[in-house]
Design a protein around this ligand. Structure first.
Ligand code: AAO
Length: 511
């Protein structure tokens, strides 16, 4: 029995569900559209010291240069080849980033766009980020190479060749997603070509992949690609480690395709998480935080050990993808910090923090017509992520991961890792609290009245620094102090008009 347990523990550690973060690091951050040189610096100067486990980077492979609209962020989801050459940097810069991040214990996860190539309507003669020739009209991508044989045209049964209904699993997998040329992943040549691309990245030292548009590929085809992948680079990972896999499948219920079909391949994005949490924090549809008591599987989410969770992603923060209006983003900072704080304190799922750039929103009839706008740039060249004296970012990079409340909750999650969900309390409305064993405790007041309560924290007696209103530095605290008595109880008072109406304390914030 013992031997079996040991084997299954090892099996889990080395398998595709494990992010291979350095021990004690429990979250990753999506540095959306950052340049590789800036990611490398951020690993060294911020992510490693603050306990982040890894970075999801934007697609590193060559893409079409879209000029109408002018250099949208989404051009990176229109591959031209698998050369590592984009607005974020070239192959040498990519390698340097992976090496430097790994050397400080921060992993790199690549956004792998393998379902398709460019849009069918992109005109021949369109430039690409590395100068490779391609012709969408004749399905010719000589820099890979792919030709007409390598696409799904024959299999798709819709009149337009595009996905017309999400109620038909065949359409969703065999037809074109928004006219993007759909690769024939049933072909061994296509599978091997994709595997070669991913293996190149693995050999450089990446720790895993976000598989873009997984819903649009058959689970068995994805598996066939994954079966061809190398183990991770032993310079940084134990021998026999498999890449971490998380598949982008949008399953809010009610469609032909469900997330569970993909569990055999790796983790899956849980889109219900951000959609529901946004609804609760906004208090829409009669939802209240008290209902979060059984958050997780109790809300109909997938099993925790299969879930990749997030409050918002690069799509739904600007109205793409799914989730709708309830999604919270940096544009609603007060509610957003509460949502991210709740996510990072709660044991469910493997957590990803979003890090965005600011763009000029312009709503026409409720739709942001500037949802396409690319990262801060000078004539198309991505701007550097500058760091201000107060540690926030300049040049319109939002850097949510550097907000004190979010950065400190990433550390909170590390400190309480492995501890159970304990000491739930609620007032029947929007004042709630819970602990993580004897390591951490968090209290929220999302009601319209002051919270004043003496609660069981589960923590050892002492004075703790609230990591939301301030930081512990040495033996002093720049924020609110909470004193826990010998019976584990502490008094909390949170005004409903507080800038951040929540308090979090943990073992390492003890003074
Ligand atoms: C661009 C242009 C297009 C043009 C195309 C080709 O915008 O007009 O035709 O180029 O020239 C990104 C952008 C796209 C962009 C594309 C390529 O978002 O606008 O197209 O790059 O440049 C589906 C997929 C999901 C996908 C999501 C955006 O299932 O995989 O659409 N996300 C990933 C990436 C994303 C990227 C791609 C894939 C492509 O994260 O950045 O696209 O590489 C339903 C379905 C979802 C479906 C949504 C949206 O959702 O369930 O699967 O996502 O529709 O079509 C409620 C429902 C919910 C429903 C939602 C929306 O919330 O509950 O289920 O409404 O109807």
């Amino acid at each position: 029995m013992k031997f079996f347990l040991l084997l299954s523990a090892i099996g889990f550690c080395w398998a595709q569900y494990d992010p291979h973060t350095k021990s004690g690091r429990t979250s990753i951050v999506h540095l959306f559209e950052w340049r590789w040189v800036d990611v490398a610096l951020e690993c060294e100067r911020y992510l490693a010291p603050k306990g982040f486990g890894g970075v999801q980077v934007s697609p590193p492979n060559e893409n079409a240069v879209i000029t109408d609209p002018s250099r949208p962020w989404w051009e990176r989801y229109q591959p031209v080849s698998y050369k590592l050459c984009t607005r974020s940097g070239n192959e040498n810069e990519f390698k340097d980033m992976v090496t430097r991040c790994n050397n400080v214990g921060v992993r790199i996860y690549v956004d792998a766009v393998i379902n398709h190539m460019t849009g069918s309507g992109v005109s021949a003669g369109t430039r690409s980020t590395c100068g490779s020739y391609f012709n969408p009209g004749s399905e010719d991508f000589p820099a890979v190479p792919y030709s007409g044989w390598d696409f799904n045209d024959g299999k798709c049964k819709t009149g337009s060749g595009d996905i017309e209904s999400y109620n038909d699993a065949y359409q969703v997998r065999d037809c074109r997603l928004v006219s993007l040329l759909d690769l024939a992943l049933e072909k061994d040549y296509v599978r091997s070509t994709i595997a070669n691309y991913l293996n190149h990245l693995i050999d450089i030292g990446v720790a895993g992949f976000r598989i873009d548009a997984s819903k649009h590929m058959w689970p068995g085809d994805i598996k066939a690609v994954l079966d061809k992948l190398n183990n991770l680079n032993t310079k940084w990972f134990p021998s026999g480690s498999k890449p971490f896999i998380y598949q982008e499948v949008i399953d809010l219920g009610g469609e032909a395709i469900t997330s569970s079909e993909y569990f055999g391949n790796g983790r899956v994005t849980e889109f219900k998480y951000g959609a529901k949490l946004g609804t609760v924090i906004r208090k829409w549809n009669g939802e209240k935080m008290a209902y979060l008591k059984n958050w997780g599987e109790g809300w109909g989410f997938m099993p925790s050990d299969r879930a990749l969770v997030f409050v918002d992603n690069h799509d739904n923060q600007r109205g793409h993808g799914a989730g709708g209006a309830s999604i919270l983003t940096f544009w609603d900072p007060r509610m957003y910090k509460m949502a991210v704080g709740f996510m990072l304190a709660h044991p469910y799922g493997f957590t990803r923090v979003m890090s965005s750039y600011r763009w000029t929103r312009h709503f026409v009839d409720g739709t942001d017509v500037n949802d396409w706008m690319g990262p801060p740039n000078n004539n198309g060249v991505i701007k550097e992520v500058t760091i201000n004296a107060d540690t926030t970012c300049g040049n319109d990079w939002v850097c949510e991961h550097r907000w004190r409340q979010i950065r400190n909750m990433v550390m909170f999650r590390n400190v309480v890792d492995g501890q159970s969900f304990t000491n739930w309390w609620d007032n029947g409305s929007n004042q709630v609290a819970f602990g993580r064993g004897n390591k951490g405790f968090i209290v929220f007041n999302n009601d319209d009245s002051t919270l004043s309560a003496t609660l069981q924290t589960g923590l050892p007696a002492g004075t703790y620094c609230d990591v939301i209103s301030g930081d512990k530095s040495g033996n002093s605290c720049t924020g609110i102090q909470i004193s826990v008595s010998s019976d584990g109880k502490a008094h909390f008072s949170i005004s409903n008009s507080a800038e951040d109406p929540f308090i979090a304390i943990h073992a390492d914030s003890k003074l």
